[in-house]
Design a protein. Structure first.
Lengths: 329, 448, 322
């Protein structure tokens, strides 16, 4: 019996050591793999020092046989919907003008299948080919100097698109977003909506019946539209009085708490008054428009995945900024 | 057919038996024997001789005073020099007859006869004749409890099968093994006598697989002769030799609770008993000798053929004395035997060989301390009766005899497996047996 | 009737005993947990060792003082409290405050173990009861799961893989290999399937436990979670269910606890515990159900023992009234 114990302990120790060997070995292997990747990137001719550049994983010049730079490759990352441990990482290849995107490749991402992961579709990736950086969401691109007049200051509001959002999600996980569009000094469009973690819009949810307020009243979207219309009619939030419950009876049928709406509208109007943070008004769905020094790159968002789309925009533009600074153009 | 009984343990690794089964049986005749009038549990005899009487080997000296006893005979020729009263472990006064040998010619030996060398034609022997000889010769079981054999065979149940227990499942003991090696024909003749007297269809001699050599020998003798004898080899496991366990392992049947094996047509006898029956019936010598294993921490472990009544200290002396200071002397096997002496010299060892003394075992004494039960369930797993000894133990300590009864403490066979495996070193077998005795005592009282 | 207990019985049979005692068994359990402990130190840092030491020390001291005060037989030397202490620490994440572990240890030893009569008499696993107490009183103290030192990033808080799986979130950043070696967020002692199974193999070799209850429990959980999966019938993720939570720790070291799982019916109890665990994992509020599954089985131990009767030799075939 004593022997059996001694034997058992010896076996246990040996197996445990082996197991730790395996555990440690697997770690080294994983490290080696990533290390090798870095190595190959750095070893490749034309590697660019990326220290200090946030969000840039690596970058290099692609040269032809004669040594002329034909393209730049930048691997950049940005936090998507997945935790920061698993950012959206893309390789963005620019033409030698350090502006025109030649191609994008996904290095890795941890986005939700069916949502953000839809970026893997080649039809989505293809739209990046040949467009100039920086890129914008369709309809969000700044208008070119040539195409726009000086901002109209009549009515105290500068032309442009202004948006505001609540900083923190409410108890149901919704972040409220409000966008106003000012044309010729007048508010021509107000969009009030809310988005949850999954990137689902409250207007959509309420329309399909997944977000119900009351059985017979207006849906959330109808109420939000009613509020928006009030602004369009009055060109201000004055008169939209609030009772102590945060409700209003000025707009008929509206039963939702409108504190957020008022706060966001106010923010947006303040921005509009100074013109600060204005996104230029695009020309609708016509796609690429002339920009100051060339074309403007516009892309579609990844449908249903706003956060992922943001991450893509951020990382591509980040890559562009980095490479343009490097190329001195 | 399965060859397993429920539960059971492997209390030893087999080397224990090697101590004493390498040497032939030695014959020893003492000059003084002390024959107790209580040769086994519940069988008390009274002396039919008085001090000064001359007796010769085989003379009747004790008769049972109540049902369930067996005659006792003088095991050497000589003079009765003393009849003293002694209280045994259960505090009952028992007479001890001391015989001093008058010469050295009456040495212990088995009667020599044809039955030791060949198969005997038993056609002239009738059932009544054999039972009468059995009864007069004082034949009892030589394996364990020492129940008088003739009572077993006076049953009214129809006996179909005789099981001969050659399992010798207790560690250390090799007396049956050695007996089978040296007296195989006598044993076969004895078994045939059992078959004859019972009217059974067959007898099965049951071995454990650590005695394959003898099993093969016996098989050679009985094969192709049309004898009603089968040889069965069972896996080594304690308590294989328990009557009920043997029935379960060999026949796949269970003896109903509260009944003797005869109720299902089975009688179990020890292989040594078969040899003794042959001596009584075919050799005309009553049961006055037996083989005893002297083993353990002694200088020269061996098996001895001695007269009943040989003193323990003489046997230990023959074997060269203890080899340990912390000796623990046991009569019988280590699992069920009784402790005779703790840490002393062998000169001070009192007592003598009885019909049921299968061994004299010296073990190294080790401190043992009971700790609380951790409910590991080992005792329940090994219990051949399927009991939960740890629960009965709790109930017995609380004095809740009724609960003990509900937990079937009565079915305990006192094999000691539970105490053996208990990691908390609890004396489960002792207390369960106590509870069992108490339950029976109360039942008898309530019936009176 | 008077029955002797203790040293007076020195001379009763049997005269030989198995070379194995409570102490040896408990030491073997401790030895078997050491690989997982080393793994915990490797994955979660020395903080896990500190927690284990704190729990063990608290357990041993509380039992010692309790028995001293009550003038009971001292059983501290049997190592069973060390096992309890280690299991308590194994069942909390490495960010747990030391005081919480100590409170759980005192509760486990004094209330769960000693109130019910000490070693062998506790109705439920003390370590799991200690954990249940923490969940009940200070849930925040033991919900700080962090990633291991060796994951892709620095140690940051993270849901357990099982938690992610339950909510349908993505957990692909933890590979199956990570789950096997234990490189995932979780309680100190539960993450490394590999090291736990090495320890369990040692216990089996030493015959401290047998594989019956353990395998019955694991198989039940896996079968039920596979059949009634979130994604539809027969679409459960067997490996994730097996490797990502406390299933292996529970099956190897808690389902095998002697006192709280009646040995004769342990396989039945293991299946019941498995059904409850799987039920909690699938339909309950919590991602993990191992501890509650085993605790419920502990409580059912007595009744199952009554329902499933043992076979007493000769009793069913009783011919005459005995």
């Amino acid at each position: 019996m004593k022997d059996s114990r001694l034997k058992g302990i010896i076996a246990l120790v040996v197996v445990t050591i082996l197991a730790f060997g395996v555990i440690y070995g697997s770690k080294i292997l994983v490290k080696d793999e990533t290390g090798n990747n870095n190595q190959t990137q750095e070893d490749l001719p034309g590697a660019i020092d990326v220290t200090g550049a946030e969000g840039i994983v690596s970058a290099r010049e692609i040269t032809d046989d004669s040594g002329t730079v034909t393209a730049y490759s930048v691997v950049a990352k940005a936090k998507g919907f997945a935790p920061p441990t698993n950012p959206v990482t893309w390789e963005v290849i620019f033409e030698n003008d350090a502006k025109t995107i030649k191609e994008v490749k996904i290095v890795s991402h941890g986005e939700t299948p069916g949502y953000g992961a839809a970026m893997e579709e080649s039809s989505y990736l293809d739209q990046f080919k040949g467009i100039p950086a920086p890129i914008y969401l369709k309809g969000k691109a700044p208008v070119s100097d040539a195409a726009t007049d000086t901002p109209n200051v009549s009515g105290g509001l500068q032309d442009g698109i202004y948006s505001a959002r609540t900083e923190e999600a409410d108890s149901s996980g919704f972040i409220y977003l409000l966008t106003i569009k000012v044309e010729n000094g007048n508010i021509t469009s107000v969009v009030f909506d809310a988005m949850n973690r999954e990137g689902e819009y409250k207007s959509y949810l309420s329309t399909v019946g997944e977000y119900t307020m009351t059985e017979d009243g207006l849906t959330w979207k109808e109420q939000a539209d009613a509020l928006a219309n009030y602004i369009l009619e009055n060109q201000s939030i004055e008169g939209l009085t609030v009772d102590e419950n945060g409700k209003t009876d000025v707009v008929s049928g509206v039963s939702i708490s409108i504190d957020d709406f008022l706060e966001l509208t106010e923010k947006a109007l303040v921005k509009a008054a100074s013109g600060e943070g204005a996104e230029a008004i695009g020309t609708g769905d016509t796609g690429v428009v002339a920009a100051g020094n060339g074309e403007v790159g516009e892309i579609d968002g990844v449908s249903g995945a706003t956060v992922t789309t943001d991450a893509i925009l951020q990382l591509v533009n980040n890559a562009y900024e980095f490479i343009s600074a490097y190329a001195g153009k | 057919m399965r060859h397993y009984f429920h539960g059971g343990i492997h209390p030893a690794d087999g080397t224990d038996k090697l101590l004493s089964n390498q040497k032939p049986i030695r014959i020893y005749t003492p000059t003084i024997v002390e024959i107790s009038m209580k040769q086994s549990l519940g069988s008390i005899c009274e002396a039919v001789v008085k001090v000064g009487d001359k007796v010769s080997r085989g003379d009747l000296i004790g008769k049972p005073i109540k049902f369930g006893g067996a005659n006792i005979h003088a095991s050497i020729s000589g003079t009765i020099i003393e009849i003293r009263k002694d209280s045994d472990l259960s505090d009952i006064d028992v007479e001890i007859i001391v015989i001093e040998s008058d010469n050295n010619n009456t040495e212990a030996k088995y009667p020599i006869g044809d039955y030791e060398k060949k198969l005997i034609d038993l056609s002239e022997y009738t059932k009544e004749m054999i039972i009468t000889k059995m009864s007069y010769g004082g034949l009892t079981g030589l394996g364990g409890a020492g129940f008088p054999t003739h009572i077993k065979y006076e049953t009214k149940e129809r006996i179909k099968c005789i099981l001969i227990n050659a399992a010798e499942c207790e560690p250390y003991l090799t007396c049956d093994h050695m007996l089978m090696i040296e007296h195989r024909y006598a044993i076969i003749n004895g078994v045939l006598l059992f078959v004859k007297v019972s009217g059974a269809e067959k007898a099965i001699i049951c071995f454990e697989d650590n005695k394959q050599d003898v099993a093969k020998d016996l098989e050679r003798i009985v094969s192709d002769k049309g004898l009603p004898i089968e040889i069965k080899i069972l896996p080594t496991r304690y308590p294989q030799g328990g009557e009920r366990q043997l029935v379960e392992a060999v026949l796949g049947m269970e003896v109903p609770a509260g009944n003797l094996p005869a109720s299902i047509g089975v009688i179990i006898n020890n292989v040594g008993t078969a040899k003794a029956l042959a001596d009584i019936v075919l050799g005309d010598e009553p049961l006055i000798t037996r083989v005893v294993t002297v083993t353990g921490k002694v200088k020269d472990p061996c098996n001895y053929l001695v007269p009943i009544g040989t003193r323990y200290n003489e046997l230990i002396g023959l074997s060269g004395g203890y080899t340990t200071d912390k000796s623990r002397v046991i009569s019988g096997g280590p699992m069920t035997g009784t402790c005779l002496q703790l840490a002393g010299s062998y000169d001070e060892l009192t007592g003598s060989i009885s019909k049921i003394t299968s061994g004299l075992l010296v073990l190294e004494d080790a401190p043992k301390d009971e700790s609380p039960c951790i409910r590991c369930g080992e005792c329940e797993r090994v219990c051949p009766a399927g009991l939960a000894p740890f629960k009965i133990d709790f109930a017995a300590i609380e004095g809740d005899i009724k609960l003990c009864d509900m937990l079937y403490a009565t079915e305990c066979i006192s094999c000691g497996s539970c105490s053996y495996v208990c990691p908390a070193k609890r004396e489960l077998a002792y207390r369960v047996t106590k509870a069992k005795t108490e339950i029976f005592r109360r039942r008898w009282e309530s019936e009176d | 009737m008077k029955l002797k207990v203790g040293n007076d019985l020195h001379e009763v049979s049997p005269h030989i005993e198995i070379n194995r005692s409570t102490k040896v068994i408990m030491q073997d359990v401790v030895i078997a947990m050491i690989p997982a402990l080393l793994g915990a130190i490797y994955f979660f840092g020395f903080n896990s060792l500190i927690l284990v030491l704190a729990a063990v020390t608290t357990c041993v001291l509380s039992e010692y003082f309790w028995q001293k005060i009550r003038k009971e037989q001292l059983t501290v030397s049997d190592w069973s409290t060390v096992v309890t202490g280690m299991l308590i620490a194994f069942n909390v994440p490495s960010t747990t405050p030391i005081w919480a572990v100590m409170v759980a240890s005192i509760f486990a030893i004094i209330v769960v173990k000693q109130f019910f009569g000490g070693i062998g008499s506790n109705f439920a696993n003390p370590a799991l009861m200690g954990r249940a107490l923490l969940i009940f009183l200070w849930p925040a103290s033991i919900s700080g799961y962090v990633t291991t030192y060796h994951s892709a990033t620095d140690a940051i808080s993270s849901a357990t893989v099982l938690g992610l799986y339950k909510t349908g979130s993505d957990f692909s950043r933890f590979s199956k290999w990570d789950m096997i070696i234990g490189n995932i967020p979780g309680c100190i002692g539960e993450t490394s399937a590999l090291l736990l199974l090495i320890g369990f193999a040692y216990l089996c070799y030493r015959r401290v436990v047998n594989i019956g209850a353990t395998s019955a429990y694991i198989l039940t959980v896996l079968l039920v979670t596979y059949v009634f999966a979130r994604d539809g019938l027969f679409r459960g993720d067997i490996l994730t269910n097996l490797l990502s939570g406390g299933l292996i720790l529970g099956a190897c070291f808690m389902m095998t606890d002697y006192a709280s799982v009646a040995p004769r019916v342990k396989v039945t109890l293991a299946i019941i515990a498995g059904l409850i665990t799987a039920g909690i994992r699938l339909w309950g509020m919590l991602p993990e159900g191992v501890s509650y599954g085993i605790l419920v089985a502990n409580c059912l131990s007595g009744i199952i023992e009554i329902i499933i009767r043992p076979h007493i030799y000769g009793v069913k075939v009783r011919k005459h009234k005995g």
